[in-house]
Design a protein around this ligand. Structure first.
Ligand SMILES: *[C@@H]1O[C@H](CO)[C@@H](O)[C@H](O)[C@H]1NC(C)=O
Ligand SMILES: *[C@@H]1O[C@H](CO)[C@@H](O)[C@H](O)[C@H]1NC(C)=O
Ligand SMILES: *[C@H]1O[C@H](CO)[C@@H](O)[C@H](O)[C@H]1NC(C)=O
Length: 424
């Protein structure tokens, strides 16, 4: 694609507000992927077992379009081959009983899975996954939002958005421990936009992330990147237009390079109050980076922010760090042992942290135990518990009300799913 075409479309995305009535994917959805519609006009699919495939499995659930996927069971779903997600699928991890859901053993593709909504899900690839593949791959498609997702142990990249991709948001998520020898956080390179807000990038040797194209990077925390570097600014002859605002970079034991590297005159960055704590002294005592190309890996620093749809409530970098450590990743109903371990590493502020090559060995010892729990009573089997139906004027014996659109614009089951978790 030519530069002019890119500039024109970037300007379009930046300047033309979306229609005022467009509904957010869920309250608290932000950034370029915030209007993904998920399965709103489709039907409810219940995941009823932890099997790798077959009726009632997660793989079967996401294999068809126009679904809101709810979980009647909690626990670890072990997948052998990769899972490919269809268009217009909302995966509602917050519906699962017990400790929620972990998908372990291989990676997933959302390529061309337009209008995806994914909330409160753990995706842990691991050594058993396909060599040369990512934890999560998006190579094409538009309008996708990932919220409170935990992704780890990619064999190539851990979470990669690269190619002809439009309007993706990754928010309040953890991208962790790309496996050695590649050990990458992820390529985030697309000419049509990825918003990254309030995420934790941790324990990747490099690409935390590597950014190219149109990108909005705000309130993220980056910890213990390795010798490949933290934020990799383009390193390319392609043009990039990025906001880099109020992020916190903290060096860890594996860190040997400065926070920003490999920028050049093609990478145009608006930068503001990005903190860097480089001394590994066990205290959080970072200070804002200087607003000069020399502090930002040699990128072209621009004076006005790009007009991308930013976070509703921009935090300072220190506030963002506290927020991310408190709630990023699959923090509802509670963090699993992997995320708890990672957050503890960050809280050491420089003294703990390591790159790993085999998640089944110490220190991680696998994906941990995820309790199954019991699903609440749901007489009509529509995915909304009886108690909630009664309290909210629905009929617990009428399965058709789940997908009816309420006055809020959301399907009733979405109103229920939204009510389970905080909206910011
Ligand atoms: C992406 O979002 C922008 C506005 O934020 C919109 O103008 C554009 O049409 C969207 N692109 C696609 C492919 O949906
Ligand atoms: C998946 O594998 C883990 C160990 O890696 C095991 O603890 C868990 O029980 C398995 N889950 C199922 C549903 O078999
Ligand atoms: C993090 O990501 C990089 C680049 O993808 C990869 O080389 C590395 O092995 C990952 N993990 C660590 C701990 O380095």
């Amino acid at each position: 694609m030519g530069l002019l075409r890119f500039l024109a479309s970037a300007a379009l995305a930046a300047c033309i507000p979306k229609s005022v009535d467009a509904l957010l994917a869920f309250p608290g959805a932000e950034g370029l992927g915030r209007e993904a519609v998920g399965g709103r006009t489709g039907s409810v699919y219940h995941v009823t077992n932890l099997d790798d495939s077959g009726a009632g499995s997660f793989r079967d659930a996401v294999s068809q379009s126009n679904r809101i996927v709810v979980f009647d069971v909690g626990g670890t779903i072990n997948i052998t081959s990769r899972v490919v997600v269809s268009k217009n699928v909302y995966i509602a991890g917050q519906s699962a009983p017990g400790d929620g859901i972990t998908v372990y053993g291989n990676g997933l593709s959302w390529s061309n899975a337009d209008n995806a909504i994914v909330r409160y899900m753990r995706f842990r690839m691991g050594r058993g996954g396909d060599s040369g593949k990512d934890g999560i791959t998006i190579a094409e498609g538009e309008n996708m939002i990932f919220d409170h997702v935990s992704v780890s142990w990619g064999r190539d990249e851990t979470f990669s958005v690269s190619g002809d991709v439009h309007n993706v948001t990754i928010q309040d998520s953890i991208v962790a421990q790309g496996l050695e020898t590649h050990s990458c956080g992820g390529l985030i390179q697309t000419e049509y936009g990825v918003s990254l807000f309030r995420n934790l990038y941790i324990d990747n040797k490099t690409r935390n992330p590597k950014v190219k194209g149109m990108n909005d990077f705000q309130n993220n925390v980056i910890y213990n990147w390795g010798g490949g570097g933290g934020y990799i600014a383009g390193d390319s002859s392609g043009q990039s237009y990025a906001n880099i605002i109020n992020n916190y970079f903290v060096s860890g034991p594996s860190t040997t390079k400065t926070a920003f590297t490999r920028g050049n005159e093609n990478f145009h960055g608006y930068v503001s109050d990005n903190y860097y704590d480089s001394d590994k002294d066990g205290q959080l005592n970072g200070t804002p980076l200087c607003v000069k190309a020399s502090c930002y890996g040699g990128m072209d620093i621009v004076s006005e922010p790009f007009a991308y749809p930013g976070p509703e409530r921009l935090m300072t970098a220190p506030e963002a760090l506290e927020h991310v450590l408190r709630s990023a990743g699959t923090s509802f109903p509670s963090r699993d042992s992997v995320d708890a371990y990672l957050v503890d590493e960050v809280r050491s502020y420089g003294t703990k942290g390591q790159l790993i090559s085999d998640e089944t060995k110490a220190p991680m010892n696998g994906p941990g135990y995820i309790a199954g729990g019991t699903k609440p009573a749901d007489a009509d089997g529509d995915g909304i518990p009886d108690e909630w139906e009664r309290a909210n004027g629905l009929n617990p014996n009428d399965a058709s009300d789940a997908m009816k659109i309420s006055s809020s614009g959301y399907a009733n089951i979405e109103v229920y799913l939204n009510s389970l978790v905080p909206s910011s």
